[in-house]
Write a protein that binds this ligand. Structure first.
Ligand code: NDP
Length: 371
């Protein structure tokens, strides 16, 4: 989807094709057919890496969100981004001085897109500077950190959102709608397969200190989150097993592959696989008494493909990060809601499950959960 016009057309079409409750897409329907002169969320990106680059590109098609500031440890990237996105010098910071953002009235929110272990301190510093925060997944390394981030944002009276882009993806939302409206009947089973073969052994994703773990923190979290939004309940227990074939590459504390199972109060179970050493793992399967949904790819950048017992899911693709930022601007600026939450509490639930999975791997026992 290259041109803005194509994007806007598909976006409107895909949103209109969904019978999503009014409140959840209040500002999108009919939105692109007219000029917009309402409030705009002015965003600074922290961490100009590969995902930050993708988000910045996608934001160019947003009406309600605009990239206006940069926080980076690499001066040459700041220079390049400044000229590409027309960012004034006064809106550029590094990791030492970004607390000064509190005195900058031209920035409303900071999107933290740095390695996982940095999220906790960076989000708390942004909150203390009085700015709203969007934080990439995983929100933090564990539930304790996640709770501290939520508390800091609450204290500072700023919003905390987590970059769960799938919560705005039209085909995903259609399956959630079918489940919510009872079209699938009682949910029985979910399977989530998430993984890829990771390359460069020196990257931060394979460094326990920066990543906080291995595949589970990075990609397995999609199966955890997907199990919750597709089953529509919070799990009450977890069991998990780890497989490590290459301890040289996947050092102590960096999981290569983990299989885990989640039990839900209604009786459904989820069986999931998270891996840094198996390619082509991007599949969700949900089966229920009256129907099923199957998605593959299920969480990649898209297009997501899928079918249910009613046939193909054919909502048009729209760039995930554009829709996400548009919707997040609505949440921050107008108090809009989303069908599946994207707030800190939502991020915390996934972290509690991650803590429980690692504990289950360590002890070999079934770990009870209370979310
Ligand atoms: P990259 O390594 O590509 O970029 C991370 C950036 O963080 C770096 O380029 C650097 O930017 C900054 N940084 C600050 N301190 C460090 C450090 N000590 N080591 C390395 N980088 C540092 O990672 P990604 O962009 O792929 O991932 C960043 C975050 O985004 C992760 O939490 C990841 O889980 C999440 N993510 C989410 C995705 C999604 O679909 N929602 C997809 C991909 C990633 P600078 O030079 O500007 O300081």
């Amino acid at each position: 989807m290259d041109s803005r016009r194509d994007f806007l057309q598909t976006l409107s079409a895909s949103i209109l094709a969904l019978s999503i409750p009014q409140h959840s897409f209040a500002s999108i329907e009919g939105f692109y057919s007219q000029p917009y002169d309402g409030p705009v969320l002015r965003v600074a990106i922290m961490g100009l890496g590969s995902y930050g680059t993708r988000v910045a590109e996608a934001m160019q098609d947003c009406k309600m969100a605009k990239l206006v500031g940069l926080i980076s440890g690499t001066p040459s990237k700041i220079k390049n981004w400044q000229s590409k996105y027309n960012i004034p010098e006064k809106n550029c910071y590094n990791y030492e001085n970004f607390d000064l953002i509190k005195d900058n009235p031209d920035i409303d929110a900071v999107y933290v897109i740095t390695p996982n272990s940095l999220h906790h301190d960076q989000v708390i510093r942004v909150a203390k500077a009085g700015k709203h925060v969007i934080c990439e997944k995983p929100m933090a390394l564990n539930a304790k950190e996640g709770q501290e981030m939520i508390d800091a944002c609450r204290k500072a009276n700023v919003k905390l959102l987590v970059g769960y882009r799938m919560h705005f993806e039209p085909k995903t939302l259609e399956v959630i709608r079918m489940r919510k409206e009872g079209e699938l009947g009682k949910i029985m089973f979910f399977q989530g397969l998430c993984g890829f073969k990771i390359g460069d052994p020196t990257q931060w994703r394979l460094n326990k200190q920066l990543a906080g773990g291995g595949s589970l923190m990075d990609i397995g979290i999609y199966a955890i989150n997907g199990a919750r939004y597709l089953v529509g309940e919070e799990p009450v227990w977890v069991t998990a097993q780890e497989t490590k074939t290459n301890p040289e590459k996947f050092k102590e504390g960096v999981d290569e592959s983990i299989q885990f199972q989640l039990g839900f109060p209604g009786g459904a179970v989820a069986s999931c696989l998270s891996s840094y050493n198996i390619s082509n793992l991007d599949r969700f399967f949900l089966t229920a008494e009256k129907g099923f949904a199957e998605m593959q790819p299920s969480t990649g950048y898209g297009p997501i493909k899928g079918r249910t017992n009613k046939g193909e899911l054919n909502h048009p693709h729209a760039t995930h990060q554009t829709v996400q930022m548009e919707k997040m601007a609505g949440i921050i600026l107008n108090g809009d809601t989303s069908l599946v939450p994207v707030d800190g509490e939502e991020g915390l639930k996934d972290l509690k499950i991650i803590d429980a999975i690692y504990l289950a791997v360590k002890t070999g026992k079934k770990v009870p959960l209370k979310l």
